[in-house]
Design a protein around this ligand. Structure first.
Ligand code: PEP
Length: 260
């Protein structure tokens, strides 16, 4: 199976040149203790180029939080083309984060277009999917996850998931301090992997499925130890180097014990 852990930080709309430099310096130093995992940071777009310079000699990968759904550059004021993200050093991009879906009206088709455009430019999309609290309480979690995932599989093909990451982020757990239980997380992750497996079992066993939603140092190890959880997408706790590094350390310990 050997999927390996990925711990990704989504900085959202936070930071400044000075605070980013300090955060990245701390991460670059600390991540040396975590050689068995992959680490990714996603700063705001205006800071990507500077972040790329800070990360030059580091294994930490750089990602963007969003991209245009247009396949070519042109008259799209305020938008950022996938090739531009590539040009400033990104290798990943978040696609369909719940804040994009709910606050900026990105529907499944828009998310699928962004996924396709990202891959066409050589970026690895991190496809974010997840149900709201109302949807969970109405017992529609699985149908929501299936709909969000199949919109992208239909547009990109299941093979595209050989070079993509899925992040399961229950909307009710994002930024709320409320985390899915290990049972809830494992069940959702196994379901997601099952949807992919129904199209291609090999792709399903290789795709990384991250958990996101109030991951902290004290819950990371139990969440990451679930069979189908391959790391985390971290919001609030990615903004302070010690907090993020403690989450990376939890993944590192699990990765090292899996390898032993
Ligand atoms: C996120 O923004 O993707 C996220 C999971 O945020 P938080 O960790 O703050 O819940």
């Amino acid at each position: 199976m050997a999927r390996g852990y990925l711990v990704a930080g989504n900085w959202k709309m936070n930071g400044s040149s000075a605070s980013n430099a300090a955060l990245l310096e701390g991460l670059v130093r600390g991540v040396a203790e975590c050689p068995a995992i992959d680490v990714l940071v996603c700063p705001p777009a205006v800071y990507l180029e500077a972040a790329h310079r800070h990360l030059a000699a580091s294994p930490i990968a750089l990602g963007a939080q969003n991209l245009s759904d247009q396949s070519k550059p042109g008259a799209f004021t305020g938008e950022i083309d996938a090739a531009m993200l590539n040009d400033v050093g990104c290798s990943y991009v978040l696609v369909g984060h719940s804040e994009r879906r709910t606050l900026y009206g990105e529907d499944d088709d828009c998310v699928a277009r962004k996924f396709v455009v990202a891959q066409a430019a050589g970026l690895i999309p991190v496809l974010c999917i997840g149900e709201t609290l109302d949807e969970r309480e109405a017992s529609t979690t699985e149908s929501v996850l299936q709909r969000q995932l199949e919109a992208v599989i239909e547009a990109a093909g299941v093979e595209a998931f050989r070079n993509a990451v899925i992040a399961y982020e229950p909307v009710w757990a994002i930024g709320t301090g409320r985390t899915a239980s290990t049972e809830q997380a494992q069940a959702a992750h196994a379901f997601i992997r099952g949807v992919v497996a129904s199209k291609d079992a090999k792709v399903a066993s290789s795709v990384r499925v991250l958990y996101g939603g109030s991951v902290k140092a004290d819950n990371a190890a139990s969440l990451f130890s679930c069979e189908d959880v391959d790391g985390g997408l971290i919001g609030g706790a990615s903004l302070k180097a010690p907090d993020f590094l403690a989450i990376c350390a939890a993944a590192q310990i699990l990765a090292a014990s899996r390898d032993a």
